[in-house]
Design a protein around this ligand. Structure first.
Ligand code: MN
Length: 191
């Protein structure tokens, strides 16, 4: 059985970037629905004993959509911490960002533009490809760069349910504030 992840912070810890109400709906309702759907879909199938990563690599259709959404949301929710002024990466991830994008500011600018520009529902990812190079990609719906053999590192959910209660149509403001709650130690752990 797949279960809803526990958060390493409380529902009001991400305010004012992400409200407690958004977290309650986003994790408690949207993510819970994907978990329930996947458990129903994989019952007595080849996917029942697989990890989420294996299912995402091997499935399609409804199984892929629900497993992908669970994996994506788990990576999204587990990468946050309380807001920090001037929050910025450190350590290995900073070295790789500087090597592949020139600077954190240049990386942040490109990632933010791709997040604002993704049409419809989806995710923008920072991932590491099989050559060890960092990539930013726009992925529709439940997609994850894992399906291309990349290691997913950082993501922003730009489905409207992720920000509508707090920002309504102002996606760019959600993206700008998103940077203050990234736990870069967690991103380093994913390398
Ligand atoms: Mn979502």
């Amino acid at each position: 059985m797949f279960t809803l992840i526990d958060l390493p912070y409380s529902n009001d810890d991400l305010q004012p970037v992400i409200s407690a109400q958004t977290l309650e709906f986003h994790r408690g309702k949207h993510l819970q629905t994907y978990v329930n759907n996947l458990n129903n879909l994989v019952k007595d199938s080849e996917f029942e004993k697989m990890t989420l990563e294996e299912i995402v690599k091997k499935s399609s259709g409804a199984v892929f959509n629900n497993a992908g959404q669970i994996l994506n949301h788990n990576l999204y929710f587990l990468q946050f911490q309380k807001p920090v002024d001037g929050n910025a990466p450190t350590g290995k991830i900073l070295d790789l960002i500087n090597r592949d994008f020139g600077s954190f500011e240049a990386f942040k600018d490109e990632f933010s533009k791709k997040s604002a520009g993704l049409f419809g529902s989806g995710w923008v990812w920072l991932s590491k490809n099989s050559d060890g190079k960092l990539e930013i990609s726009q992925e529709a719906n439940a997609q994850n760069p894992l399906t291309r053999g990349n290691a997913p590192l950082l993501t922003i959910d730009v489905w409207e349910h992720a920000y509508y209660l707090d920002y309504q149509n102002r996606r760019a403001e959600y993206i700008e504030k998103f940077w203050s709650i990234i736990n870069w130690n967690e991103i380093n752990n994913r390398l």
